[in-house]
Design a protein around this ligand. Structure first.
Ligand code: NAD
Length: 349
């Protein structure tokens, strides 16, 4: 196994990992350890080039610095990517080699699951390193973070609804949910229990059928979700679904969802603001998952209580962001970034 440092401006470290025996080709990016060890998941995708993998890992590790800081966690930002098809190229040997690389970083980077990875894969990685979270079993295992992520998104939705719709009571409100995967389905359940009406979409037909059967949701096609006559839009599928064309079509007054990097460009935050649509910034709204993982990293004994406290603090942070955005009449996305910059510079001082 070979580890080579690559120059990456704005990042503390970018390491290329290569192992001929297992075929591992990976990159580990450490954006910042100013608040603590860098933490962020491991993604496996058949990237079309090493450059594409590097761009993804750098963007995602910076995003983790912001998400961890906004959630008030003693963690910095990092991320790892493996180049390959998880269905065809993943093997125990490859995961063990990756675990060795994480261990060689001496605890400056903590890994966990992300796209293309499962708790079972984390168990294999854990045979080579102690710096792995998202395990399914064990004294501190945090399991699936999705229910906590969904709870955080639901909380963010209520806060934004109070400010833009006049009440945080979601009973009778129409919510358009894009993506009914791990988070989207839990979110639909919370919304259904709160009395909201659901308009849903997914590219996977069975997920849509489940939401219709369980929650009485109205199903629309993946493209029609932008035109849905709803109060709230919840992007819970992929990134960059909010762009110039889709924002122009939205009928909603609030956007709050789980997807990372929902805005295609920073201008799209301004576009939402100009249309009077209140955005709960993604890295604040979806911080519940990393809070859950952080409890495992920190070996927190009373995890439920600790997670609940951190979720409540995340609500306060969102209130602060939305208040400042209102006072400055600007996009909450811009304010969220500047608030995190403040947290980081306070720590540096
Ligand atoms: P998931 O893969 O379980 O679910 C995503 C769902 O979106 C799938 O059902 C998929 O079929 C659907 N989808 C994909 N493209 C679509 C499209 N164009 N239109 C409609 N549906 C589409 O993922 P997840 O764990 O539920 O996460 C959802 C999003 O939230 C992702 O962007 C993820 O990065 C982010 N996120 C998840 C967590 C977590 O705890 N799981 C935490 C933070 C952020």
């Amino acid at each position: 196994m070979r580890m080579t440092d690559i120059e990456a401006p704005g990042h503390e470290r970018l390491v290329r990992v290569e192992d001929d025996a297992s075929g591992l080709r990976a990159f580990i990016a450490i954006h910042s350890t100013r608040l603590g060890p860098a933490a962020g998941g491991l993604r496996m995708r058949p990237y079309e080039s090493e450059q594409a993998a590097i761009e993804d890992v750098l963007r995602l590790s910076r995003g983790m610095t912001f998400k961890n800081a906004a959630a008030g966690l003693p963690l910095g930002g990092g991320k790892a990517v493996i180049i390959g098809d998880p269905a065809a190229d993943k093997s125990p040997e490859l995961l063990l080699a990756f675990g060795e690389a994480v261990e060689a970083l001496g605890g400056r980077y903590w890994t966990a699951e992300d796209m293309g990875m499962s708790p079972r894969d984390m168990e294999i990685i854990a045979r080579r390193t102690a710096h792995v979270a998202g395990l399914a079993e064990g004294p501190h295992a945090s399991g699936d973070p999705s229910p906590v992520t969904a709870q955080g998104v639901f909380n963010a939705m209520r806060i934004a609804a109070r400010r833009r719709l006049g009440s945080e009571n979601l009973s009778g409100r129409a919510v358009a949910v894009q993506g009914l995967g791990h988070v989207g389905e839990h979110l639909c359940r919370l919304l259904h229990e709160a009395g909201a009406r659901l308009i849903v979409t997914d590219v996977a037909r069975p997920a849509v059928e489940r939401a219709v059967a369980r929650f009485g949701a109205l199903a629309v096609s993946p493209d029609e979700i932008y035109d849905a006559p709803a109060d709230i839009f919840a992007p819970c599928a992929i990134g960059a679904t909010l762009n110039e064309a889709t924002i122009a079509r939205l009928k909603v007054k609030v956007v709050a969802g789980a997807a990372n990097n929902q805005l295609a460009t920073p201008e799209d935050g301004r576009r939402l603001h100009e249309r009077g649509i209140l955005l709960a910034p993604d890295f604040v709204a979806n911080g519940g998952g990393i809070i859950n993982v952080a409890a495992e990293i920190g070996r927190i004994p009373d995890r439920e209580e600790w997670v609940a406290e951190k979720l409540a603090a995340l609500e306060d942070t969102l209130e602060r962001i939305l208040s400042r955005a209102e006072a400055l009449s600007c996009s909450p996305a811009e304010v969220a970034e500047s608030i995190v910059e403040e947290i980081l510079s306070r720590r540096a001082a």
